[in-house]
Design a protein around this ligand. Structure first.
Ligand SMILES: CC(C)(COP(=O)(O)OP(=O)(O)OC[C@H]1O[C@@H](n2cnc3c(N)ncnc32)[C@H](O)[C@@H]1OP(=O)(O)O)[C@@H](O)C(=O)NCCC(=O)NCCS
Length: 458
């Protein structure tokens, strides 16, 4: 049946119709078949409307998400992860070793992408490319479920996170749309040698996996992971470490994020996720009051000359855990040497000039969306704390004082390492977010958080 207004297209119209159909087909390569994708529809709406709808979806639990709990995970079919060398969720593991044994033959050619998309190895030494990555992450990484706070990566943070010693450009793996070169997907690996129980392994840390909102739920993630794995295997490495807030097969440890308000007034005003328990402002201010000045004698910011002392302090401290990093001197310098708005490290030097303690935290900034007063939020995340002489609680209290003086609004720490010893004493409260630790192609018994000696910044 045709409408009376229908008329045959002219030759010019017909060729442009064909072109636009072809373009549409290309753009649809990652769209699921069938009725129009509701997420595409959502994306056509103004940002504020999108947020309202997302909030409502979460409220009614209709939004399709990857499992957040083990219970949900047990009901989920892992179409991709079930094909990977990772333990199954029900496995009880008592042995140690690789899952895919022997010489893995590494595929020569990149994994194929749907028509209209291409791989691009990102050259992060080029400022425009670094900016593009920053925009992809900042527009598409959300921190909380109701989409009111969004991570805000800085160029300096990305340089720190993605270019540690021996980084490789081919491990900065992007996906672009052919027609306009827009960056729509990213995944990275950086060298991260580890000790897992008694085994020392050359490995990588996988980080900053991100798929553009418009291409979500279209199975781009498995392709990104496969391609990155291929590129890592090409360098003769077969193990990877990664963390996620979602439950995948299978966490070797599941840790909790704890929060310590530094600026309770602002956190209450922005309704900071995980701190929404009912309390009055007066009470929160009183509870979270901190001393004006630090009290540990000999505490000062780290300098380059401190790297060897810190390396040996960390080595001594980290060997008691079942999972810990093997940090070269250059890596200690890279990960810990203070960088404005990226990482802060303080050491304690005794009267003889020896380093006895170290505490380090990195900076995670967020944008607060649609708030009349506040536009940004700064969180300090604990990276390492190791103390040989100072009481750890005293050292951490000083870290809180310093973080507050530097304008951080909140201090976050995981219940890993010996952190349980100070969390409650220093008024940290348990958040609702979990960080699950994973190993790719390695099986070993799982471990309690206090046996994890490693924090992996995203
Ligand atoms: C995480 C993200 C890339 C997943 O994309 P998506 O469009 O929902 O998922 P896709 O359709 O591409 O792929 C689904 C597969 O990826 C897996 N997956 C989802 N999130 C994952 C994660 N963080 N790490 C590893 N695999 C993940 C799913 O389990 C699923 O595999 P399965 O069939 O075995 O269960 C996307 O939601 C995103 O960019 N989020 C914002 C950034 C972010 O949170 N990154 C992760 C930090 S750990």
């Amino acid at each position: 049946m045709t409408d009376s207004n229908d008329k045959k297209p002219t030759d010019g119209e017909s060729s442009s119709l064909k072109k636009s159909k072809k373009k549409q087909k290309k753009e649809d390569a990652w769209r699921p078949e069938g009725p129009r994708d509701p997420f595409a529809l959502l994306d056509t709406l103004p940002e504020k409307k999108q947020q309202e709808i997302q909030r409502a979806l979460h409220l009614f639990s209709l939004a399709p998400t990857t499992p957040k709990t083990l219970q949900q995970a047990k009901k989920h079919t892992y179409r991709f992860w079930n094909t990977q060398p990772v333990p199954k969720l029900d496995d009880t593991i008592t042995t140690h070793g690789p899952i895919a044994e022997g010489e893995v033959s590494v595929r020569e050619e990149p994994y194929s992408l749907p028509q209209g998309f291409s791989w691009d190895t990102l050259d992060l030494s080029s400022p425009p490319v670094l900016k593009e990555l920053c925009s992809l992450l900042n527009e598409n990484y959300t921190e909380d479920d109701d989409n009111t706070i969004r991570l805000d990566f800085s160029l300096e943070y990305l340089e720190w996170a993605l270019q540690p010693p021996n980084w490789l450009a081919q491990w900065h793996c992007g996906v672009r749309v052919d027609t306009n070169q827009k960056l729509v997907g990213f995944i990275a690996a950086v060298p991260a040698d580890v000790r897992i129980y008694e085994t020392e392994k050359r490995a990588v840390q996988v980080k900053l996996l991100c798929v553009h909102k418009k291409l979500r739920l279209k199975r781009m993630t498995p392709v990104l992971i496969r391609e990155l794995t291929r590129r890592v295997n090409q360098q003769g490495l077969y193990q990877a470490l990664y963390t996620a807030g979602t439950v995948l097969p299978t966490p070797i440890s599941s840790c909790r994020v704890w929060h310590r308000p530094l600026n309770p007034r602002k956190l209450m005003e922005v309704n900071y996720p995980g701190l929404r328990q009912k309390t009055t402002l007066q009470r929160a201010l009183k509870l979270n009051r901190l001393p004006e000045a630090t009290k540990v004698q000999g505490l000062r910011p780290m300098t380059k000359e401190d790297a060897p002392g810190i390396q040996s302090l960390l080595q001594k401290n980290l060997c008691k855990f079942q999972l810990s990093p093997l940090l070269s001197l250059q890596e200690v310098e890279h990960w810990l040497l203070p960088r404005e708005n990226v990482v802060d490290t303080y050491v304690v030097e005794d009267d003889d000039g020896a380093l006895t303690d170290v505490v380090s935290f990195y900076s995670v900034s967020s944008r607060v969306l649609n708030h009349l007063v506040h536009s940004g939020l700064r969180a300090a995340h604990l990276l390492y704390v190791a103390s040989a002489t100072t009481e750890m609680t005293d050292l951490m209290e000083d870290a809180l004082v310093l973080a507050k003086a530097k304008g951080f609004d909140i201090f976050c720490a995981l219940d890993v390492m010996d952190n349980e010893g100070f969390l409650e004493k220093l008024k940290f409260s348990i958040g609702d977010r979990m960080v699950h630790y994973y190993l790719y192609n390695w099986m070993c018994p799982n471990m309690s958080p206090d046996k994890v000696g490693l924090v992996l910044p995203s």
